[in-house]
Design a protein around this ligand. Structure first.
Ligand code: NAD
Length: 303
């Protein structure tokens, strides 16, 4: 274990750019982080957080606004280019790859390019996902297949593509994005909810599978976060059916009295800090854990 851990800690340090802050090397200097769904939202905020800690970044995103059977626009190619510039502003290198998590080949090709350029792959954030709102009987077979192919099968393929590289690095981190809805039942997002439970079951299985490879597999489960996945017309109307033109702030205000602390939602930076926790040295011996990142909403729902 000691040797494997040491190999992980040092992975890539010689070959990749080493960012420093005065005399003290940054925590993730020399490491490479691969982020699916990195063009905006939680993925981009996490990329920036890991970049601040010195990691080189790979942003993998479909960057295709109009995807069949998805209820709201996904990222654009311009979003992906802007995300790259935002990450590079932290003084690290950033490459982008326009690909679909539903394709194992896309992810394998992107990760190989990352290793060729940066020397190793050390941290993988399996974050790409789509929401889907509506009653159970409203979804077509194609709707159901799409949300499962992206949110569940896509993230399994992320793992399959990543593990050989993480092994080559002597170990690493797989961080999965589930949801507060991966812990409870919900009648507004019933199928999406089931995909987010699946994320946790798979992540725990990955933890059991790859512990001896020194690959730590953990989950962040955010509450409601202000991103286009939640802040879109279809979701807002479903959450406040009696309001004429509900905004995200209306929904937050509506939820506030139900929550233990007085915020109705999180911002992406809150989730990014938790991603950093599972990428950094503090969790070198933690695997199979699920961190609820909420404003107490998880306590209310579960307790
Ligand atoms: P977002 O829509 O802002 O970002 C998701 C990104 O994933 C987009 O850039 C999109 O283009 C990309 N993407 C979608 N399908 C893809 C595919 N097939 N291949 C590659 N990229 C793809 O959403 P977000 O809120 O940042 O969501 C990120 C993750 O957080 C998701 O897994 C989501 O389920 C989860 N989550 C979000 C919330 C919330 O309230 N926003 C709460 C809990 C969990």
């Amino acid at each position: 274990f000691g040797a494997a851990a040491a190999a992980f800690m040092g992975a890539g340090a010689a070959s990749a750019q080493t960012a420093t802050s005065g005399e003290v090397p940054k925590e993730l200097a020399g490491k490479t982080a691969f982020i699916t769904g990195g063009a905006r939202g939680i993925g981009l905020a996490s990329a920036e957080e890991l970049a601040r800690a010195g990691a080189n970044i790979v942003l993998f995103d479909i960057a295709t606004p109009n995807l069949p059977n998805v209820q709201y626009p996904l990222s654009t190619p311009d979003d992906l280019a802007a995300a790259q510039a935002a990450v590079e502003a932290h003084g690290v290198s950033c490459m982008t790859y326009r690909g679909d998590v539903r394709s194992l080949e896309d992810q394998q090709a992107a990760m190989q390019q990352a290793v060729d350029r940066f020397g190793s792959l050390d941290i993988v954030l399996a974050n790409a996902g789509v929401s889907q709102v509506g009653p159970i009987e409203s979804f077509s077979p194609e709707d159901i297949a799409t949300v499962y192919d992206i949110n569940v099968a896509g993230l399994i393929k992320t793992t399959q593509a990543a593990v050989p590289h993480l092994r080559d690095a002597g170990g690493g981190r797989l961080i999965y994005v589930s949801s507060g809805l991966g812990r409870v039942g919900n009648d507004l997002f019933p199928v999406y909810t089931s995909t987010k439970w699946a994320v946790i079951g798979f992540a725990k299985s990955a933890a059991v599978s790859y512990g001896r490879d020194n690959i730590m597999c953990n989950v962040v489960a955010p509450g409601l976060v202000r991103t286009p996945l939640a802040d879109n017309e279809v979701v807002l109307r479903a959450m406040m059916p009696d309001a004429a033109n509900p905004t995200f702030d209306d929904v937050s205000a509506f939820l506030e009295p139900f929550n233990p602390i007085p915020v109705g939602h999180l911002e992406v930076e809150d989730v990014a800090k938790s991603v950093m926790f599972f990428a950094g040295d503090a969790t070198r011996n933690m695997t199979g854990e699920v961190l609820d990142v909420s404003y107490g909403s998880a306590a209310r729902n579960i307790g």
